[in-house]
Design a protein around this ligand. Sequence first.
Ligand code: B12
Ligand code: SF4
Ligand code: SF4
Length: 367
Amino acid sequence: MNSSTMLDLLDSQARQAGFAAAGIAPVPAPGSPEDHEERSRFADWVEAGHAGEMDYLKRRDESGQLVRSSVRVALPWARSVIVCAANYNSAEPRSIDPAPEASAWIARYAWTGHAEEGCPSDYHKVLLRRLEKLRENLTTTLGPFGSRCFVDTGPVVERVYARYAGIGFVGKNTCILNQHLGSWLFLGVIVTSLEIPTSHALQLAPDRCGSCTRCIDACPTQALTGPRQMDATRCISYLTIEKRGAIPEALRPAIGRQVVGCDICQDVCPWNRRAPIAADPDLAPRAALVNPALEWLAEMDEDAFGRWFNGSPVRRTKFSGFRRNLAIAMGNSGQQRFLPLLSQWAEDTDPVLAETASWAVENLRRD
Ligand code: B12
Ligand code: SF4
Ligand code: SF4
């Protein structure tokens, strides 16, 4: 099969499986410029300490190579990577729009639920199911091939392959941006043993950032240290979701009202203004999670947290991290009415919550 027939087949089967875009890229040959780019960017990033406490990104094999520095390290049989993107854009407001007083922000990717049942959905599961369906259909057409499906957790820097496969360009905010679909895209990959015909050049999408620097300028914690460069240890998404224990005091004021993840560098992006709305029944926004009242979230006990967020990406913050983040957001809210609750949390047996709540009390008293 030549490469354009292969691409057409992939495109139509990926759409049938529920994806908005798909592409395929060869795994770079050892020693090629792309192989060097793939290995060195990731390794440099980890070695600069930008991965913080995300130990899963720092895993090495027996020979000391970073497992994620190249697909070939963990999966030597890999010859190509199919990349699929699902749109999760919705018509709901942005984090930078005027919002009700004392409301929190939960990132858009974590709002998702099943439209009919209303229960939470997690893009990892939704995309994996679709990738498996796509793999099954491709196998029917192409015959058996070696493969592994991954969403997030595999030894693949997905954005590198999304770029190689022509899904989009890497914006200055480090996100994959498709000029028609925007950047509210989840990525999933099928690493395969399929050899791509040598006529298949990398389908790189042109860079459309131009002279714009809105994302870099808008980042409240200066986590975007330059175009396409992020120090994740400063990113609100890392701090609120991945970081365990206390959040560095100096960064707390800049976190503002974000309690799970952060959308600011995508909300300011002009390419997202024209992005189509997804209407995906498995990735529908749960209305209650858009601009939720801090009071409502803070009232949740561990059972209520489980009822609302089991099966949702919010779960990853854990109940303790969620309350720590709420304490910071209440401390940043300027609302004195949170003082009684925060004073109570300052006496909590969880030392991280107690310390964060004491900081929040001080912060509110200074307002
Ligand atoms: C660790 C991780 C994070 C970390 C670190 C993010 C980061 N920028 O590195 C934290 C917790 C901060 C995070 C945040 C978010 N994440 Co995240 N994350 C990941 C994960 C698991 C690994 C990423 C990784 O290896 N980072 C290391 C760096 C080196 O790689 P990278 O940023 O992905 O890509 C680099 C290369 O592409 C390279 N590059 C490529 N071409 C070029 C060209 C030039 C000239 C240069 C200089 C660099 C360059 O530069 C990029 C930036 O460093 C991936 C899934 C995966 N397995 O890949 C999801 C993933 C990247 N995250 C995703 C999402 C949705 C988010 C959030 C939007 C969630 C939220 N709302 O809070 C934010 C976005 C923040 C942001 N601006 O990136 C999506 C991104 C989809 C997209 N459209 O790009 C992914 C792909 C998950 C998925 N399966 O859909 N994430
Ligand atoms: S997600 Fe938020 S904190 Fe992280 S880089 Fe973007 S704007 Fe900055
Ligand atoms: S805000 Fe501007 S610089 Fe940042 S990703 Fe979008 S177009 Fe590129």
